[in-house]
Write a protein that binds this ligand. Structure first.
Ligand SMILES: [Zn+2]
Length: 340
């Protein structure tokens, strides 16, 4: 099969990879209908995260089940399925409390690499959720978004306590931040403020439900938010970047007693203890347990209540994955969808 491999910084090649096969009786093999490039793929792409040798890429996926192992009970060939970036059994104590991304048997789909024609999915019964019937083609981008960026933005909004009567601030105008806006809107937030200086992203944020845009960032952004909120700050802040600056901006944007839901993969973030102590904010985040939200998100997408697929502003054949990475790296694209 064809699949994307990262050979070194800014060196993505689509090449021949071994066809995946059932390795464990709990595995499934799926044929990808669509896959995509994640903001977090840019960390190794830019060389900020070390890569040892050629590495398979991609952890977002939707597709059709080709084959299942002998212990798989609920997933069957022919189903259209969606899974998250961590395979999970969905039965252990951690999964049962809704933290499937930290399942005691979690397996990284990034190590398997779903920017490919086919992928092996471990723990198929726990990981995959089937759609009701085969979705029409125009729903595929939305369903693919549910695999990571929508599920991650949704978790951030839930972790931040977004809901009726709440002012939600969103740090980060990438796909996750934009879908955090959508999630906050769906959860009933009263006011949703996005920090963004990019016109196309501001426009999409507004479509998704943002009520205010702040173009300043860092402490200037915090000051602008304070002005909007009577000096109090947001009840709920979504952090969707993962840098020292974005994390501090999120904490400083949040009122005492408020919540920060942080989902940007942290890179060299160090929190000053004294400031954290006096902030009085709740911090909750990490790798989003997307599996928790998949059944609900699939329903909202299939009945056309939400259209998270709008975050894909570039679609390319899988063979042109390198251009898909370049476009996101240079911020020419919000998110690239790849068609195998
Ligand atoms: Zn588990």
């Amino acid at each position: 099969m064809r699949g994307a491999m990262l050979h070194g910084p800014r060196d993505v090649r689509v090449e021949s990879r071994p066809d995946p096969r059932i390795e464990q009786p709990t595995d499934a093999v799926i044929r990808l209908a669509a896959t995509c490039v994640c903001g977090s793929d840019l960390w190794p792409y830019r060389g900020i995260e070390a890569v040892s040798g050629p590495a398979p890429m991609g952890h977002e996926y939707v597709g059709v089940v080709e084959e299942v192992g002998s212990d798989v009970r609920h997933i069957e060939p022919g189903q259209f399925v969606i899974g998250s970036f961590f395979a999970s059994d969905n039965t252990c104590e951690i999964c049962q409390t809704g933290y499937q991304s930290r399942c005691v048997h979690a397996e990284s789909m990034g190590a398997i690499g779903t920017q490919a024609e086919y992928a092996r999915v471990p723990l198929a019964d726990g990981t995959l959720v089937a759609t009701p019937g085969t979705p029409s083609d125009d729903l595929v981008p939305g369903l693919l978004a549910a695999s990571d960026v929508l599920g991650t933005g949704w978790f951030a909004a839930v972790a931040a306590g977004a809901g009726p009567g709440k002012t939600v601030a969103v740090v980060g105008d990438g796909a996750v931040g934009l879908l955090g806006v959508l999630a906050a809107q769906q959860l009933g937030a009263e006011r949703i403020v996005i920090f963004s200086r990019n016109e196309a992203r501001q426009k999409l944020a507004t479509e998704f439900g943002a009520t205010d845009v702040i173009v300043e960032r860092g402490d200037d952004g915090v000051a602008a938010l304070n002005e909007l909120t009577g000096g109090l700050g947001a009840h709920s802040t979504i952090e969707a970047v993962g840098t020292q600056e974005s994390m501090m901006q999120a904490i400083r944007s949040t009122r005492p007693g408020g919540y920060v839901g942080y989902v940007g993969v942290a890179h060299d973030v160090a929190l000053p203890g004294d400031e954290l102590f006096f902030s009085g904010v709740h911090l909750h985040g990490g790798p989003a347990p997307v599996r928790r939200f998949l059944p609900e998100l699939i329903e909202l997408i299939c009945n056309r209540s939400i259209d998270p697929g709008k975050v894909f502003d570039l679609t390319l054949p899988l063979d042109e994955a390198a251009e898909g990475y370049r476009a996101m790296d240079e911020r020419r694209a919000i998110k690239t969808l790849l068609r195998p």
